[in-house]
Design a protein. Structure first.
Ligand code: DGY
Length: 331
């Protein structure tokens, strides 16, 4: 009987679907994710791993799991998995693309509107009983319509962000490794450098994956290029932004604000300097966290794991081309 480890609690429906396949299913029910040591101990006899962002699935973990055939990541980003190590071992890796693009763009746009129209700070002021007399110059916000949104990374999530911006009469610029044919669908304009995008945008929203090249992509020099009135939105991965540089840029007024769904580390400690700033809004990595989307993601993980255990490619496989033809199907 194949054995599957699910490294966080999951929906009853997804656990039931895994069990219905006849596999033994172990669900990690602890309040916290397994530590590295805990994960190594737990994978020694598993065939399938249903993993999450908090699991660093590296070569050491894979070495500890000689029967491992498939890893299903609960998310579109899989930077927590060492793909080269998986390729070398013929382990298929699946993720959950597309299904979370709209929810993630909804949250990114909600962060943009919260910063622009101050729904992140004014309600708390009202609750404190500090709402003063009508003041034509008080509580001023920033327009969204007819401002420029710069999107970094025009994949599925970036494209959904562009559609939302078009509905708000924004001008949309984007920077991407390749120019996208789809830009015409939502009237986005390609710029061929990140610098140009940063210089021209009122809002900058990050949707590129985390790679060695994009680590600390936004740092002191980039914040200097941005308008002093500009707002940064990050719903991709924390390490894409150099947080010390961001703190300095926000404190010195180099940029006007930032809204982050992702940080380094996660969770961010309550005494982190960024949390002392009034112009920084931080959410607990929840861009895909709606009940409907999370359920769809869970069921995609089930499909990926079960296909891998059956010796097929996971339907949402990220490394099929890299390992096709090698020993995966013999594992
Ligand atoms: C994703 O899908 O990548 C989310 O950030 C959850 O990890």
């Amino acid at each position: 009987m194949p054995k599957i480890l699910v490294t966080r609690r999951t929906f009853p429906e997804s656990a039931a679907a895994l069990r219905a396949s006849g596999a033994e299913v172990v669900v990690w029910e602890d309040a916290d994710s397994p530590t590295k040591e805990g994960l190594i101990a737990a994978v020694c006899d598993i065939d399938g791993l249903y993993a999450h962002i908090t699991n660093q699935v590296d070569a050491e973990v894979m070495e500890a799991a000689p029967n491992l055939k498939v890893i299903a990541e609960f998310g579109v980003g899989y930077d927590n998995i060492d793909i080269n190590a998986a390729n070398e071992r013929g382990i298929a890796v699946g993720n959950t693309p597309d299904v979370l693009s709209e929810s993630t763009a909804d949250e990114a746009f909600a962060l943009l509107t919260a910063m622009a129209r101050r729904t992140y700070d004014l309600p708390a002021m009202v609750k404190r009983g500090e709402w003063g007399d009508f003041d034509p110059l008080g509580y001023l916000a920033t327009d969204i319509h007819h401002k420029t949104l710069g999107i970094v990374g025009m994949g599925n999530i970036g494209s959904e962000m562009a559609k939302r911006a078009a509905g708000f009469n924004m001008e949309v610029l984007y920077f991407n490794r390749n120019r996208r044919e789809r830009e015409k669908e939502f009237g986005a304009t390609y710029v061929d450098s990140l610098d140009e995008l940063l210089e021209r945008s009122d809002y900058v929203s990050l949707h590129n994956p985390l790679t060695p090249e994009t680590t600390n992509m936004m740092s002191t020099d980039q914040f200097k290029l941005m308008k002093k009135s500009a707002i940064l939105i990050n719903t991709t991965r924390g390490p894409v932004v150099d947080q010390e540089a961001l703190y300095e840029a926000l404190k010195s007024g180099e940029i006007a604000g930032a809204a982050l769904d992702v940080t380094v580390p996660e969770p961010i400690p309550a005494d982190h300097p960024l949390l002392t700033l009034d112009n920084c809004l931080i959410m607990p990595h929840v861009a895909s966290a709606t009940g409907d989307t999370r359920m769809k993601m869970a069921m995609m993980c089930v499909e990926n794991v079960l296909a891998g255990l059956a010796g097929d490619w996971p339907p949402y496989c990220v490394n099929q081309a890299a390992i096709a033809g090698n020993a995966r199907l013999n594992r």
